[in-house]
Every structure is written in structure tokens, then in C-alpha cells.
Design a protein around this ligand. Sequence first.
Ligand code: CP
Length: 308
Amino acid sequence: MKHLLKLLDCSSEEIVNLLDMADQLKYENKHNIPHRHLEGKSLGLIFEKLSTRTRVSFETGMYQLGGRAMFLSRRDMQTHRGEPMEDTARTLSRYLDGIMLRTYEQEKLERLADCSSVPVISGMTDFAHPCQVLADLMTIRETYAQLEGLKLCYIGDGDNMCNSLIVGGLKTGMEVAVACPKAYRPHPMVLDFAEHQVAEGAKFLLTDDVMEASKDADVVITDAWVSMGKESEAEERHIAFQGYQVNRDVMENAKTGAMVQHCLPAYRGQEITAEIFEEHADEIFEEAENRLHAQKAVLLALLGKKKI
Ligand code: CP
């Protein structure tokens, strides 16, 4: 693995190795076992969109690994005045040991990686959110001690989270069922991938019926109806996503005791009811914590001596 740009680029084995490493790093963190494997290393964090979890978990993760992270906001960078991403990549590669980018277009992230001589990590694009989904898979595996054979149900926008959950879920042997409105389906490249997986025996369902997707699910996942950058579409999205909500009916239709995951921030009363959110808050905030451990695993795999 040279970069982490999307889970489509990772093998199943690489994903499982990252999850194993994340479990180990979480154990070491909880037991105050030093793990400063990135002493002297530095990571640039470029944010072209807002963030709470991604920024703080990457900064803290680098600190705990003995390195340092540098926050680089869009407002402060010459890219904001038109400097090409290619030149930014070649310049930052001379100073840093790794670059994380949160931006809109996946293509921009891929261009950064193409021109960078140091590892590049996705902090989320409109296409994918690989670090978040590694944390989700880690949290689900902590609860059920396995991923293979579990049913993952995603309800809502066929967005970056949906794309990455389909890929991550299928690559780790989960059954994946997605309920979304017809106009908000996952990316065609992801649907092609799912189709190939189905041909090899995987279970995947894409429907606009929330009850069909959530039937007997082990884990139910949702995301905001209005993602960052889609604010101008808020009104039409609020209409389109009516009914695509994780609520009591959905959870009663899922398996008894099913988990709920949400990447946050959550909009209560929209994609999830306040009642269901609070009932599953421990799982959801464990998922948020696991961003830290999963990303430390990614950092070690890409910037450390032990490659996976
Ligand atoms: N889930 C997630 O990526 O959170 P932030 O937008 O706060 O980083």
C-alpha cells in the first residue's frame, strides 16, 4: 500500500491487516504502552472542507505516534489562489513524510497522489471516506468479533459513506443492503464493483425500500441528508429523503439488538431520530473514537517501517 485514496484500491487482506493493527494500537493506548513509531515524522493535513473528528483524530494520532501534524486550511494555502495541486504535491513532498487531504473531487486527491513522492491519505472526498469506514468496520468487529456473514444495512444518500461502506463491507465478507432514493444512488464504479462481487457469491441489495434493506440487519448505518457542498440542494434533498430515516420501525425490522453507526455529525429528526441516536450513542461514539485508532494504523502502514 503506497497511499490510502479509496477502499477500492485495497485488498481484503490489507483492510483486515489495518483493522488488526488498529485493535493493537487501541490496546496499547488504553494500557499506556508507548508506541512512538513515527518519531521525527511529519504529516500535513489539508482541509478544503470543515472537520471536527478527522482533524483532531489525525493530529492526536500523529502526536501519540511520536510525530507531528500540521493543519493547512484551504484559506491559508496558495492553492486557494490557483497554485496547481501538482506543484503543491511536489513541494510538500520535500518537507513532509505524508499528506492527508480532505477535498471535494476524488480526482483532485488522485492528482495529488500521482505527483507526491510521500504517501497521501484521503480525509474524505465526495466519492469516498475510507478512514471513516475503517473505523466503522473496526467498531462492528469489536461488537460481533467478526465481519463475515453479518448484514450491513445503509439507509439514505448514496454518498461517499455509502460508496465506502459497500466496498469495505463486501471486501470483508459482509452482506450489504442499501436503501436510497433512485436519484441518489451510489457511484456507478461502486455498483460495478458490487456486481462483480455478487458474481463471485457476495450478497448485495440496492433498493428504494427501507424495510427491505433493514430486514434482519446486524448493523444499521446512515449519514446526513445534506452533505458538505450540497447545501444549495437542501430543500429538494429534505423532500427526496423523507422516509429514509433510522427510526423505531427500522430498528424493530432489523435483528434484535442490532447496532447503529453514524459517522457524525448527526441531524436528529432527519436521517435518525433522537430516540434511536441516544439509545445507540455508546456505539456511535465508540465509532468516533475508533477514527483515532484506525487512522494510526493507516499512518503506521504508510509512514512507518512496517509496511502492509
Ligand atoms: N465523520 C467525519 O469525517 O467527521 P468530521 O467531518 O468532523 O471530520
